[in-house]
Design a protein around this ligand. Structure first.
Ligand SMILES: [Zn+2]
Length: 462
C-alpha cells in the first residue's frame, strides 16, 4: 500500500526502497482505489451487519449453561459468505477435540455452539490469509446502567452502541465485509482468504482451539480484536492459582492458649503471610530482566478473590486466595506453557510459609486452574508489514504493540501453524464496558485496511 501513499512517486520504479513497492504496480493501485470506493459505499451495510450480530445473544456462559444464539449467528454469517462465493463449513466440535489441553476446563462441550469457517479460494501461487474473530461477548449486567438495549444496536452521534460493538463483533463485521467486498469486486487473490468465527474466547479459548484442531489454518492470520489500529504481535499468558491456608477452629470470644497447647489459629490472619509474599513477588517481577518484553507489560500476580471463615463466633478454619497471574512468552516452558511459572510461585509461597511456625507444620496448598499460554509473532513476519502498509494506506499509520491480556491469535500461532497478529477498530480499553460502542468511522477504516492487507499479503492474480 505504500506506493499509493507516496504521492508523486512513479509506480514500480527500480529505485523503490523495497520489494513491497514493486508489487504494488499500477493494476494494484487501481485495486486499492476500487476497494476504498466500495468500502466507503458500504458504510450502511457495515452498520447493518454489526447490528445483526449484536442482535444475536451470544453472551459468554458458565460451563454447563445452555447455548444461546451462537448457531443462528454462525448461520447468518455463513449464509452471507456462501452467497459471496465462499465454501462454508459450520460444525459443532466434539468435546474430545479440545479435551486434555491445559487451556480447557474439564467437561466443556459445544452443543448448540458451532464454529464457522468460510474459504474464498485463491488462484494459487500466493500465501493464504486467515481472518478470525470471536462471537461471544461478556455479560451486559448491570443492564439498568445502559442508555440503550445492549442487545439492540443503536447509532448515536456516529457511534454504534451495543454489547460486543467494541469486543469484538465490530471487528467481525469488518472482516466479513472486507472479504465480501473483495469477492464482489471480482478481485481474485493468489492465496486463499479464510473467514473464521469462533465461540468461547472470553472464557477459555476453546472455540479457537477447536478450529485449529479442525484444520483451520493459513500462512498467517489477523484477529480483528479492538487494537485501536495497533498491530499486536504478542500477548501474555494467564494462570489462576488458588492458595489455601488452614487454621484451627475455636471460640472467637474466648481467650485462646498457644496453638502448640491446642489453641485456635486464625486462617485469615495466616493468609496475611501469603498476601505479603504475593505483593513481594509482584515487586520482584517488576524489576527482573526476564519479565521485560518490548510490547508487553511485565508479569503480574494480582489477588482477585479471597474467602475465609465459617461462623461469626469461630476462629476461621480455612482461608483461600485466588490470584490472576499473567506471564510473558519468555517465561513459558519448552512446550510453551506456564509450568515453570507455577513452580516459581510454589517455591515463593513455600519460602514465605517457612518463616511462620504454624505454616511450617500446616503448609499452604496451591491449586492451579487453566493455563492460557502466551504467544508472539516475529515483527519481521510478512503479515506484519502487510498490515502496517494497509493500515497506513487506510489513513491510520499503526504502531506495533501487544495485548497484556490474551486472545485467540495465541492459539493459531502456537497450535495452528498460523502466525497471527491482532488488528481492529476501537480500543480494548473500552471493551466490557457499560454503553460499549464503536465509532462507525473506525469500522470503515478497519474494513478498508483488512481488504488492503489481504491484497498486499496474498497478492492479486493477473
Ligand atoms: Zn475480544
Amino acid at each position: 500500500m505504500r506506493a499509493s501513499s507516496s504521492a508523486g512517486r512513479p509506480e514500480g520504479r527500480a529505485s523503490a526502497p523495497n520489494g513491497a513497492c514493486l508489487r504494488l504496480s499500477s493494476p494494484v493501485v487501481t485495486v486499492e482505489e476500487r476497494i476504498r470506493a466500495a468500502v466507503s459505499a458500504g458504510r450502511e451495510e457495515l452498520t447493518e451487519v454489526l447490528s445483526a450480530l449484536i442482535g444475536f445473544d451470544t453472551t459468554a456462559r458458565e460451563l454447563h449453561d445452555p447455548p444461546r444464539q451462537e448457531a443462528d449467528l454462525q448461520e447468518y454469517l455463513g449464509g452471507r459468505l456462501r452467497a459471496a462465493g465462499a465454501s462454508v463449513d459450520i460444525w459443532e466440535p466434539d468435546p474430545a477435540d479440545v479435551a486434555g489441553s491445559r487451556q480447557i476446563p474439564a467437561g466443556l462441550g459445544f452443543e448448540g455452539r458451532p464454529q464457522m469457517v468460510a474459504r474464498f479460494a485463491g488462484a494459487g501461487g500466493g500465501p493464504s490469509l486467515l481472518f478470525n474473530g470471536h462471537i461471544d461477548v461478556v455479560p451486559f449486567e448491570p443492564r439498568d446502567r445502559w442508555t440503550s438495549d445492549p442487545l439492540r444496536a443503536d447509532v448515536r452521534d456516529g457511534n454504534l452502541y451495543g454489547r460486543g460493538a467494541c469486543d469484538m463483533k465490530g471487528g467481525v463485521a469488518c472482516m466479513v465485509l472486507a472479504a465480501e467486498i473483495l469477492a464482489r469486486l471480482g478481485i481474485r487473490l493468489r492465496g486463499d482468504l479464510l473467514v473464521n468465527t469462533v465461540t468461547d474466547e472470553e472464557s477459555s479459548g476453546a472455540g479457537g482451539l477447536a478450529a485449529v484442531r479442525h484444520g483451520v489454518k493459513a500462512s498467517a492470520g489477523i484477529v480483528t480484536e479492538p487494537t485501536a489500529f495497533e498491530v499486536w504481535v504478542a500477548c501474555r499468558g494467564s494462570l489462576t492459582p488458588t492458595i489455601t491456608v488452614d487454621g484451627r477452629p475455636g471460640h472467637a470470644e474466648m481467650a485462646q492458649p498457644h496453638w502448640r497447647a491446642g489453641g485456635a489459629v486464625n486462617a485469615i490472619e495466616k493468609m496475611s503471610v501469603i498476601l505479603d509474599a504475593v505483593r513481594r513477588l509482584q515487586d520482584e517481577w517488576r524489576g527482573r530482566p526476564d519479565k521485560y518484553h518490548p510490547y508487553l507489560a511485565a508479569g503480574t500476580i494480582v489477588p482477585v478473590k479471597i474467602s475465609g471463615g465459617e461462623w461469626m463466633v469461630s476462629y476461621p478454619a480455612a482461608c483461600s486466595l485466588t490470584c490472576e497471574l499473567m506471564y510473558l512468552p519468555a517465561n513459558a516452558d519448552a512446550d510453551g506453557w506456564g509450568t515453570e511459572v507455577e513452580a516459581e510461585v510454589e517455591r515463593w509461597i513455600a519460602a514465605a510459609a517457612a518463616q511462620d511456625p504454624w505454616l511450617v507444620e500446616h503448609p499452604p496448598t496451591v491449586e492451579w486452574h487453566v493455563d492460557i499460554p502466551p504467544s508472539e509473532v516475529d515483527p519481521e513476519h510478512p503479515v506484519v508489514g502487510s498490515m502496517v502498509r494497509a493500515s497506513t494506506a487506510a489513513g491510520r499509520a499503526p504502531v506495533l504493540g501487544g495485548l497484556d491480556s490474551w486472545y485467540d491469535a495465541a492459539t493459531f500461532s502456537r497450535f495452528g501453524e498460523t502466525p497471527s497478529i491482532g488488528y481492529g477498530p476501537r480500543s480494548i480499553a473500552w471493551a466490557h464496558t457499560v454503553d460499549e460502542y464503536v465509532p462507525v468511522d473506525d469500522l470503515v477504516t478497519c474494513t478498508e485496511a483488512l481488504a488492503l492487507a489481504a491484497v498486499d499479503y496474498c497478492g492479486v492474480a493477473e
